[in-house]
Design a protein around this ligand. Structure first.
Ligand code: B1M
Length: 210
């Protein structure tokens, strides 16, 4: 049986080689990739977050843990797809201005990509005007905004406002997500949807285009 606690120990100790081995062992033991992601990696990252908050882990360590998790997500990537169902609609995704968190946003992008969508992953710390420029350039139909900090949630509203001011609002659906974001916040800033995780984000995009 897969020992998810061992994954937590490896992630908290920033031990990427051990974490990678544990993920590969779990796959070899037929543990579903989705379980490894949710019960192993994401649950362990929550513990890292608690330790960060309590001062038991420092930023450089959290960064190393994030890199270790990122490499393991790459291993799981081919196995996590939703498979089918979406046309090649053009979707922009980025973390809003001031925010450098990208693991969750990349998971959302990955899930949508494997569902057949054309994903343009803009990266992190994306200014409202850059979202607007990219919507024009990529002829995007859907824009996904990610924020992990309460202090960067206002940048989501600024991005929605910039899209309205650019005259592009009627052409795109705007979705928001990230740990501190809620449906009420999405409604408040005039977004079209909120998704709590990568799976529901992917389903919501499909509902917008089908
Ligand atoms: Co940051 N950090 N961090 N951090 N960090 C949090 C978010 C925090 C909760 C930790 C804590 O104190 N407990 C806290 C925020 C507190 C708050 O605002 N309320 C925090 C803080 C304070 C900070 C700094 C300010 C610390 C400092 O410098 N003093 C700083 C800010 C830097 C900046 O952004 N300007 C900072 C820095 C960092 C690192 C760079 C070290 C690193 C990020 C590395 C990276 O991303 N490449 C980091 C990390 C790793 C975390 C925690 C530990 C983990 C985040 C993560 O990757 N989770 C985090 C604590 C936590 O979340 N438990 C924390 C795993 C990921 C799969 O989940 O991102 O939630 P998540 O994504 C989910 C959903 O939210 C959703 O789907 C994803 C998959 O299911 N989702 C979307 C996400 N985006 C979506 C977009 C959508 C839809 C769904 O579009 C439609």
């Amino acid at each position: 049986m897969t020992d998810f606690n061992a994954m937590t120990d490896a992630l908290v100790s920033c031990d990427a080689p051990t974490l990678t081995n544990l993920v590969n062992d779990a796959l070899a033991a037929d543990t579903p990739a989705q379980d490894i992601l949710n019960k192993g990696l994401i649950a362990s990252m929550d513990i890292v977050g608690e330790k960060m908050e309590s001062g038991d882990m420092f930023i450089p360590e959290v960064l190393m843990a994030a890199q270790a998790m990122g490499s393991c997500v790459e291993i799981l990537k081919p196995l996590l797809g939703e498979g089918e169902g979406a046309s090649g609609a053009s979707v922009l995704i980025g973390t809003v201005k001031g925010d450098l968190h990208d693991i969750g946003k990349n998971l959302v992008a990955m899930m949508m990509e494997s569902a057949g969508l054309e994903i343009h992953n803009l990266g992190v710390d994306i200014a409202p005007e850059d979202f607007v420029a990219e919507i024009k350039k990529k002829k995007a139909q859907i824009v996904c905004l990610s924020a992990l900090l309460t202090t960067t949630m206002p940048a989501m509203k600024q991005t929605v406002d910039a899209i309205v001011e650019s005259g592009l609002r009627d052409q795109v659906k705007i979705m928001v997500g990230g740990a501190p974001v809620t449906q009420a916040f999405a409604d408040e800033i005039g977004a079209d949807g909120f998704a709590a995780d990568a799976g529901s984000a992917s389903k919501m995009v499909k509902s917008f285009i089908n």
